[in-house]
Ligand binder design. Sequence first.
Ligand code: IPE
Ligand code: IPE
Ligand code: MG
Length: 239
Amino acid sequence: MSEKLPPKHIAIIMDGNGRWAKSKHLPRSSGHQRGVRSVRKIVKHCAKIGVNTLTLFAFSSENMKRSDEEISVLFKLFLTVLKNETKKLKDNNIKLKIIGDLSVFTPEIQSLAEDAQEQLQSNNGLNLVIAANYGGQWDITEAAKKIAEQASTGGLNPQDIDPALFQKYTSLAKYPQADLLIRTSGEVRISNFLLWDIAYSELYFCDTLWPDFDEDCLNLAIESFHSRDRRFGKRNGNT
Ligand code: IPE
Ligand code: IPE
Ligand code: MG
């Protein structure tokens, strides 16, 4: 593993739970359950190696189109995780932020989510961001809505709207821009995950299915990140 500093912000599209289960002749629910194990490992590892922010795509706005049965499994799992993992996160100095349109979740999940974020408020280690019923397009349109409201009441001059101002209205405004975006399971697409925030992210795709993704897989992704020449439009790192 490289001695270099890890990326400040890693974002992961945790994909492949269903295919993992299928390969083992198990129900899809087992794949999602095993996926939680990978989440635990990766959160712990990111905290250990000093990542500032880890954003995990747990449930997309489009995942609401899945069967009622699968949605119910995913909601129950979210509830169980919120109930059982908050104390562990607290003990590991991890702060939690949940982004997405939470209105689709049951009142119990919404209140557990609120409590968990509140309880972890004073922690100052890894920032763990969970994207639940999240869509990158939703995030951008929500920001646009807030800006339009401000402009219409005279609180904001439309001429002052620029990328820096727009950023302030997005879900991840308080976090560093995503340095590294990882997607597991061999799919090479964004599936409406972070859009605004990945403008200059390094992209890393691997074939490993999420329930098999572990610390070594993450280290490989970070190694790949360190081999990239991030030019940000310049001719090399400096000019
Ligand atoms: C990712 O695994 C988890 C969620 C989308 C909630 P999938 O459920 O998409 O698994 P595959 O892609 O069918 O293997
Ligand atoms: C993206 O995976 C969402 C999550 C991993 C939470 P999907 O499996 O839903 O994406 P598509 O449908 O293959 O693009
Ligand atoms: Mg999938």
